[in-house]
Design a protein around this ligand. Sequence first.
Ligand code: IMP
Length: 441
Amino acid sequence: MPGQCVIGLQWGDEAKGKLVDLLTEGQDLVVRYQGGANAGHTVVIGDAVYKLHHVPSGIINAGVLNLIAPGVVINPPTILKEIEMLAERGIDVTDRMRISQRAHVVMPWHVLEDQIWNEILQGDENIGTTLRGIGPCYRDKVGRSFAIRMGDLGQPNFADRVRQVTQFKIASLAGVSSDPVELDAEKIIAEYSDYARRLLPLVADTTRILLDAVDDNKKILFEGAQGSLLDVDHGTYPFVTSSNSSGVGISAGSGVPASFLTKIIGVCKSYSTRVGGGPYPTELDNEIGQHIRDMGNEYGTTTGRPRRCGWFDAVAVRYTRRLGGVTSIALTMLDVLSELEQIQVCTAYELDGEQIDHFPANLEDLRRIKPVYETYPGWQQDVAGARKLDDLPVNAIAYAQHLERLAGCPIEFISVGPDREQTILLDSTHSLSNALNAKTA
Ligand code: IMP
């Protein structure tokens, strides 16, 4: 099983970090291939909690090489802070991590642009970016005129380049900003030269490392950031992030041929959440939504913003499961639903009086659709202590089985809490139907 990937099937925050950490054992490499410091991956091992934005979640395991591939945009101070945090906890990344020289650098003007544009475009519904400069950095990458890549940091013309770009950015932002544009080229040069000194020893040609690993049939785990519905091409555009966060982004972001991937695990919550603006058909803007938020501690890892919460949307997950070529599902946060008497799942949409079973490409259609729900009984029993299927109440197993059927893909993992231990593994013997049969016999 050389090429495995973990991707989110909803709007991000599906608890992918935990799964990556779980699957890391036995891997040779773990690879982040898109997104940037907008991501927030939490790994919990016993009492230790690691909150990571940049560093791949495989970093906790010794013997695994963690790569940050060309498709990622790097924020130097953020990654350095994470490296320091890991060092304080006894994890030295020197031999465990490499950053692509092709990865683009998030510069101070990108963060400023995110802020200024966010203020200008503040309307009834705005994208609600994480304000980490992600969109502006990707915009400059595609624009090609003002981009800076990790490999550029140590080049002799770096200072001149910063002076040139700063001049342009000040001129362009001065036209739209009501405040003076505070970008000081000399300060940026000094600051980034220091970052370069500390990061350049980790910078390498990760594409070559990966292609060699492919030739050597090494085991590689790809760690997706955000969720498929935030994919810039296939998500709920423009309420998306600026990278390919669905399964289609793995090859483009990492440089590894798609044919190398043999297993793609799609992670989804047992309900759904979304941060920021945009249509969200199954949103619960009521006390059930607040209950889920409280039970699931649904506040952003990166921004602390309360997440919007809602029922599981099987139409959306079926779409992203197919888009990503997902081979199995990891169902997370099942424990969060434990107190509910009834649980609803969206199985189809109603659009202009007609029932549809596909995820609309048109944003206006997505705003107009009404979810069609099936209602299932809850289990009203704490499941956080479950370690095997048998430990789960019948209604919880039946609920998972409904989701498996509706998503059209076998569930391989059920997570009932943040810790590594709080994970139930399923296979053909330990299947939902076998467990249900045994319980109801
Ligand atoms: P950006 O990626 O910061 O530009 O934000 C674009 C949209 O994606 C906003 O709605 C964010 O809330 C959302 N977003 C970005 N990263 C994440 C994530 O890791 N989890 C959930 N939502 C995210």
